[in-house]
Ligand binder design. Structure first.
Ligand SMILES: Nc1ncnc2c1ncn2[C@@H]1O[C@H](COP(=O)(O)OP(=O)(O)OP(=O)(O)O)[C@@H](O)[C@H]1O
Length: 819
C-alpha cells in the first residue's frame, strides 16, 4: 500500500473527491466533555512513557551543526527560576499530557548565516541549553534532528491512536514557532510520512487485527484561519460555528466523510490541503497560516452475539500555525494572519498555564476558537500528546526557549482518560448494522419466496400477475419475433433482388435461375456479367436512354460493393483504372437489373428503386465534396488535378443522369400501377353489374312463378269448395231421383256438412272414392241418363283437377302438393 503523502501545495491527490458515502452534519461532541483538570508535578510521568530516566549529558548527532559548534557563548542569559532542577523525579502514578520535543536540523538559511546550536537533546528526555547547561527541561521524549517521523510517531502518537481504537479520545498536536517543523512532523511527505498518514495506517491495521469487532470510520478536516472556522472538506462550509451541548463542544455543520481505506482517508486530507491557507514568510515558503484539525471518528462494536454496545472515540490530529516573532518579516495580510495566530497561541498558552497551576480558577477557553475546540481534551478527558518542534539555531534560541516553557507547563496538566461508550441510538455503526440486518432479512424472505408484508393470497395474486406478465411478455416477444422475421424476410427478399439484379438481365424470369447461380465469386461474376452485359446491350429496352448502365453491369455486385466502400477512402486516387469503377455504382447496377423484371413492378422493387435513388444522392454528395476539395487544391497545382476534376465532374453528371432515370422509372411505375389498378377496378365493377342484372332476371322469373302458383292455388281452392257443396247435396238427396232436382238448385241447404268441413272432407272423400270405384267404371254411360249432367260435370271437374295437379307436379311447383 502506498502511504505517500502529498506535499502541501502539489499533491498528486489534489482533487476534491466527492464522497458517495454517508456525510452527516456533526452533532457529536468534539470530545466527551468532563471539565476537570488536575495539577501534576512537573516530573510526573507521561501516560505513554513512564520511567524516563534522566541521564548525564551526552553528545548527540544533533549537536554537530553550525560552524561554531555548540561551545559558543550563550546568546542569552537565563534567570535561575527558569532552570529546572535536576534530577527529574522518576515516574509516578497519574496521567499527564505527553510532551515530546523534536529538533529539526539547522536549515540552509541558518547554516549560512552562521547560526550556532543553542539547544540540544540531552539523552532521550532532556533539552539542554548549550550556553547554560543548567538550563534544561525534561520531557517524555526528546528527538534529535536525525529522528524520523516514524520514530516520533511510535512514541508520541501510536499510544494515542491505539487508545482511540479502544474508545479513548485522543489528541495529538504539533506546536512550535514558524518553520520549526510542525507540518513536516504532522503531514510529512511522500518519502517521510508524518503523524497523520501513519496514524491512519495504524487505524486500518488495527481494524485488520481485530476480527472480533466492527468499525466505522468518519473523518472531518477543518482549519481555523483568522479566528474563522472553515470546512476543508467542503469549500462552502465557511465560518462554521462552535456549539456546545451536554457532551461538550462541537462544530455545527461540519462535513464528515465515511472512509474505507487509508488511501481513501488520505485523499480527503489531500483535497482539504488544497483549501488550506498557506503563505510564505521570510522563514518558510509554505508557512501554515491556519491551525488545522483533522478528526477521525471511530465507532466500534463487538461482532455477532457478543455485542456489548458501541464504543465511540475521536482522534484529533492538529497542525498548529507557527507563532511568529518580531523577526518574522511580514506585512499586510501576512501580518494580520500572524497576529491572529499569535493571539490564539497565546490563549492556548494561558489555558495550559491555568490548567497547569491546578487551581480552581477561570480558564479562558473561550478566548480563542482553538482553545474552545481543544477544551474537552485539555480539560482532562482523553489522551493528549503535544509534540513541540524546535530549531536548535542560536538565532531562534529565545523562541525555542518559549516553546520549551510552554511544553513544560503543558506537561504539568493532568489528564484522566477513560473509555467512551455511546448509546446505540446515536451510533452510526448501529444504524448501519440495523439497516444491514433488515436488508438481509428481506433478502432471506425473498429467497424463501416470501415478500415482506404480503400474505398468502396476495402472494398468489402476485404470482398470477407475474405469470400474466410472463404471458404478455411472451406474446410480445413472439410479436417481436414475428416482426423480426417479417423484417428478415423482407431483407432477404431485397437482398435477393440485389444479388440477382445483375443476373436477371439475362432474358427470362428470375425464377428460371437456380439460386446457386445467383451467388458466385467475383471472378465468375465478372465473366458472366460481361456476357450479361452484351445481352443487355441488344435486348435491354433501356439501352437507348442509359448506355452507361452497361458499364455498371460489367462489374459484379460484390466487387462493386467492396470498391464502393473503399472508394470513399481513395477518392483522391482517380487513376484511369479506378475510374471505371467509380463511374459504375451499386445503385445504377441494381436498377438496371430490376427493370427487366418490372413488367409489373412489385412494391419491393419500388422500395429498391427508392433506395437506389438515395444511394445515388449520397454518392453525388460525396463526389461533389471531393470535387470541391480538388478545385481548392487545384489553385496550387492546376495541371495535376485537372484530369481528376474532369473525371469527377463526368462521374457526377453520370450519377445525376442515372438518378433522373431512376426517378423517372419510379414515377412511371407509380403511374402504371395506378392505371392498372383503375382498369382492374372498372372490370370488376362491370362484372358486378352483370352479375347483378342476371340476379334480377332470375328474381323476376321466380316472382312470376310464385304468382302463378298462387293463382292456381286459389282456383283449386274454389273448385274444391264447389265439390264439397256437390258432395253435400249428393249425400242429402240419397237417391238419384232427387239428385236431379236438387242438384239443379244452386242454393240448396247443405250447411250441415259445410259446418264441419274436416269431417265432411274425410267422409266425402271416402264416399267419393267408393263411388268412383263401384259405380263409375262399372256402369255404362247410357244406363244412367238422369245422373249424367251432375256426374259428368263432377267427373269432368275431377279430371280437370287431376290434370292440373299432374301439370303442376311436372313444373316442379311445390305448392301443388298442398292440395
Ligand atoms: N525534522 C526535520 N527534518 C528535516 N527537515 C525538516 C524537519 N522539520 C522541518 N523540516 C523542513 O523545514 C521546513 C519548514 O518546516 P515546516 O513547514 O514543517 O514548518 P512549520 O513549523 O510547519 O512552519 P509554519 O508554522 O510556518 O507552517 C520545511 O522545508 C521542512 O521540510
Amino acid at each position: 500500500m502506498d502511504y505517500s503523502y502529498p506535499a502541501r501545495s502539489s499533491s498528486p491527490l489534489s482533487y476534491r473527491k466527492s464522497s458517495s458515502f454517508s456525510s452527516t452534519s456533526s452533532t457529536s461532541s468534539f470530545f466527551s466533555n468532563k471539565p476537570m483538570h488536575h495539577m501534576s508535578s512537573s516530573s510526573s510521568s507521561s501516560f505513554f512513557n513512564s520511567g524516563s530516566e534522566y541521564g548525564s549529558r551526552s553528545m548527540s548527532d544533533s549537536m554537530h551543526y553550525g560552524s561554531q559548534g555548540y561551545n559558543a557563548r550563550p546568546p542569552v542569559a537565563y534567570g535561575s527560576d527558569e532552570i529546572i532542577g535536576e534530577p527529574f523525579e522518576a515516574s509516578r502514578p497519574g496521567d499527564s499530557i505527553s510532551v515530546t520535543i523534536r529538533f529539526r536540523p539547522l536549515n540552509e538559511r541558518e547554516f549560512h548565516r552562521g547560526d550556532e546550536i543553542a539547544w540540544y537533546a540531552d539523552e532521550d528526555n532532556i533539552v539542554r541549553n548549550e550556553y547554560n547547561p543548567a538550563t534544561a527541561y525534561a520531557f517524555d521524549k526528546v528527538f534529535g534532528p536525525q529522528a524520523t517521523s516514524q520514530e516520533v510517531y511510535e512514541v508520541a502518537a501510536k499510544p494515542v491512536v491505539k487508545a482511540a481504537m479502544e474508545g479513548v479520545n485522543g489528541t495529538v498536536f504539533a506546536y512550535g514557532v514558524t518553520s520549526s517543523g510542525k507540518t513536516h512532523t504532522m503531514h510529512g511527505d511522500q518519502n517521510a510520512p508524518g503523524i497523520i498518514p501513519l496514524a491512519i495506517k495504524e487505524v486500518f491495521s488495527i481494524i485488520q487485527d481485530t476480527p472480533g469487532r466492527e468499525f466505522l470510520l468518519r473523518v472531518s478536516y477543518l482549519e481555523i484561519y483568522n479566528e474563522v472556522i472553515n470546512d476543508l472538506l467542503d469549500p462552502t462550509g465557511q465560518n462554521l460555528r462552535v456549539r456546545e451541548d451536554a457532551q461538550g463542544t462541537y462544530i455545527e455543520g461540519v462535513k464528515e466523510e465515511v472512509v474505507l481505506s487509508p488511501g481513501h482517508a488520505l485523499s480527503f486530507i489531500a483535497a482539504g490541503e488544497e483549501h488550506r491557507h498557506v503563505g510564505s514568510n521570510n522563514f518558510n515558503l509554505f508557512s501554515s497560516r491556519s491551525h488545522t484539525i483533522f478528526t477521525l471518528m471511530i465507532e466500534s462494536s463487538a461482532r455477532g452475539d457478543e455485542y456489548d454496545g458501541v464504543i465511540f472515540s475521536q482522534l484529533n490530529l492538529i497542525d498548529l500555525a507557527g507563532s511568529e516573532s518580531s523577526k518574522t518579516d511580514t506585512t499586510g495580510i501576512r501580518r494580520k494572519e500572524g497576529s491572529y495566530i499569535n493571539k490564539s497561541l497565546l490563549t492556548l498558552g494561558t489555558v495550559i498555564g491555568k490548567l497547569s497551576e491546578g487551581k480552581a480558577c477561570h480558564v479562558p477557553y473561550r478566548d480563542s476558537k482553538l482553545t474552545r475546540l481543544l477544551q474537552s481534551s485539555l480539560s482532562g478527558h482523553g489522551l493528549v500528546s503535544l509534540i513541540c518542534t524546535v530549531t536548535p539555531a542560536s538565532s531562534n534560541m529565545e523562541e525555542t526557549h518559549n516553546t520549551l516553557k510552554f511544553a513544560s507547563r503543558a506537561k504539568r496538566v493532568e489528564i484522566y482518560a477513560s473509555r467512551n461508550k455511546i448509546i446505540d441510538e446515536k451510533s452510526l455503526i448501529k444504524k448501519y448494522q440495523r439497516e444491514i440486518s433488515v436488508l438481509k432479512e428481506e433478502l432471506d424472505r425473498l429467497r424463501k419466496g416470501m415478500v415482506v408484508g404480503v400474505n398468502h393470497e396476495e402472494l398468489l395474486s402476485l404470482k398470477q400477475q407475474l405469470e400474466e406478465g410472463q404471458v404478455k411478455m411472451q406474446s410480445r416477444l413472439e410479436e417481436e419475433e414475428e416482426a423480426k422475421a417479417a423484417l428478415m424476410s423482407r431483407i432477404q427478399r431485397l437482398t435477393k433482388l440485389i444479388l440477382v439484379s445483375t443476373k436477371d438481365t439475362i432474358p427470362g424470369s428470375l425464377s428460371d435461375l437456380p439460386s446457386h447461380q445467383r451467388r458466385h465469386s467475383v471472378g465468375e461474376e465478372d465473366k458472366l456479367d460481361l456476357r450479361v452485359g452484351d445481352t443487355l446491350l441488344i435486348d435491354d429496352e433501356n439501352q437507348k436512354d442509359s448506355p452507361s448502365l452497361v458499364s455498371a453491369l460489367v462489374t459484379g455486385p460484390c466487387y462493386e460493393f467492396k470498391h464502393r466502400r473503399s472508394s470513399s477512402r481513395r477518392n483522391d486516387e482517380f487513376s484511369p483504372a479506378s475510374r471505371t469503377f467509380t463511374e459504375s455504382t451499386q445503385a445504377g447496377e441494381l436498377i438496371t437489373g430490376s427493370k427487366p423484371l418490372a413488367g409489373r413492378m412489385t412494391s419491393d422493387q419500388m422500395d429498391l428503386l427508392v433506395e437506389q435513388v438515395k444511394m445515388l444522392a449520397g454518392e453525388i454528395a460525396l463526389s461533389t465534396s471531393t470535387l470541391k476539395r480538388l478545385v481548392d487544391q487545384s489553385v496550387n497545382d492546376p495541371d495535376g488535378s485537372k484530369t481528376q476534376i474532369q473525371n469527377l465532374e463526368r462521374e457526377i453528371q453520370e450519377k445525376k443522369r442515372q438518378m433522373r432515370v431512376l426517378e423517372q422509372r419510379i414515377t412511371e411505375s407509380e403511374a402504371s400501377i395506378s392505371k392498372m389498378e383503375l382498369q382492374a377496378r372498372k372490370q370488376q365493377e362491370a362484372a358486378l353489374k352483370a352479375a347483378l342484372a342476371e340476379k334480377e332476371l332470375i328474381e323476376d322469373e321466380y316472382r312470376k312463378k310464385v304468382e302463378e302458383a298462387k293463382k292456381r292455388e286459389e282456383a283449386l281452392e274454389n273448385d274444391l269448395a264447389n265439390m264439397w257443396v256437390l258432395v253435400a247435396k249428393l249425400k242429402k238427396g240419397g237417391a238419384a231421383a232427387t239428385l236431379d232436382s236438387n242438384t239443379d238448385e244452386p242454393h240448396s241447404n247443405g250447411t250441415d256438412n259445410i259446418e264441419d268441413p274436416k269431417a265432411n272432407n274425410i267422409e266425402s272423400n271416402n264416399v267419393l272414392k267408393e263411388r268412383q270405384v263401384s259405380e263409375v267404371p262399372s256402369k255404362p254411360a247410357n244406363e244412367r241418363p238422369k245422373e249424367e249432367p251432375l256426374v259428368v260435370r263432377l267427373k269432368a271437374r275431377m279430371q280437370e283437377m287431376k290434370e292440373k295437379e299432374l301439370k303442376s307436379l311436372g313444373n316442379g311447383d311445390t305448392n301443388s302438393y298442398i292440395l
